[in-house]
Design a protein around this ligand. Sequence first.
Ligand code: IPM
Ligand code: MN
Length: 360
Amino acid sequence: MKLNIGLLRGDGIGPEIVDSAVKVLEAVGEKKGIEFKFTPYLIGGAAIDATGKPLPEETVKGCLASDSVLLGAVGGPKWDTLPGGIRPEKALLGIRSAMELFTNLRPAKLYPALKGDCPLREDIVEAGFDILIVRELTGGIYFGDRGMREGKYGEEAYDTECYSRFEIERIAKVAFEAAAKRNKRVVSIDKANVLDTSRLWRKVVHEIAADYPDIECTDMLVDNAAMQLVRNPGQFDVIVTTNMFGDILSDEASQITGSIGMLPSASLGTTSRGLYEPIHGSAPDIAGQNIANPIATILSAAMMLKYSFDLNSESDMITDAVDKVLEAGYRTADLAHGGPHLTTDEVTAKIINALRGEKI
Ligand code: IPM
Ligand code: MN
């Protein structure tokens, strides 16, 4: 089997963590007879520096011609003062949209080995949690009409949220299908007490829910959801929500797992080609120091094997190896609380040893 993977290393710690995931994929390939061909493309600040554009045409073409794409992170202080249209983050939205990846799966579960890293009360930690956030990714306020204008008080800026029935239907279906394979509960999160988009969201989600009688569907307002995630995260199975609420709530969910450095994501559309990336950012403060946690990106590569290529046992090899390394007590700096910790390269090597069945 031969697979062409586009690599978007991006900025900050992006190149380090993507290279770690590449090494892990190569080790899986070696063991299972899969030939990975990795082709790098420029994105974000690195692309701005080289070409003047955050998302060069060649990158879009390359990603669309790949079997799947692995991304690190984009952005950094160097490009923070550029106008919105040519900021690195714009490239991320651009590539998600160009690849038509309307679904973003963000699993957040508490690893038994990381229970001590969860900032929540002991009884909540003991109860545990395993949540799948289904975030809508190509609509809402991220993609609505925006701009600057003169208003009642002079200069003003605006961003608008818009959701069509079609966009809500297709993301709701993804959530119900996912719940069917899990604990059969969907919580749809909105702000229907204020927003028209949320009122349509809620109505359409319930219409879709009617096609899934075995799945429990409830609504929750986003402010309450932010509270419930720390009060009782074990109540959630699948969460489905809008682009911006999903962005915010997934960072919150990541913190209760111990570190944002642990959470992978899969962005999917209607084909098997996806975009896989950690949910964290480019962490420019620690870039180039070989101390970043590569696990979120390594787990994103595991999600790629599963969701793009149906390589389930190969995907499990990676997740099992990560489990073993964590259980053996190895930690990167983000999880070491000032104690001894491994470098990015060292923890990657441990994960590769584990998946080869060698001594960790
Ligand atoms: C994420 C990031 C991005 C987002 C930014 C960098 C545009 O925060 O993937 O969660 O908001 O989607
Ligand atoms: Mn985010």
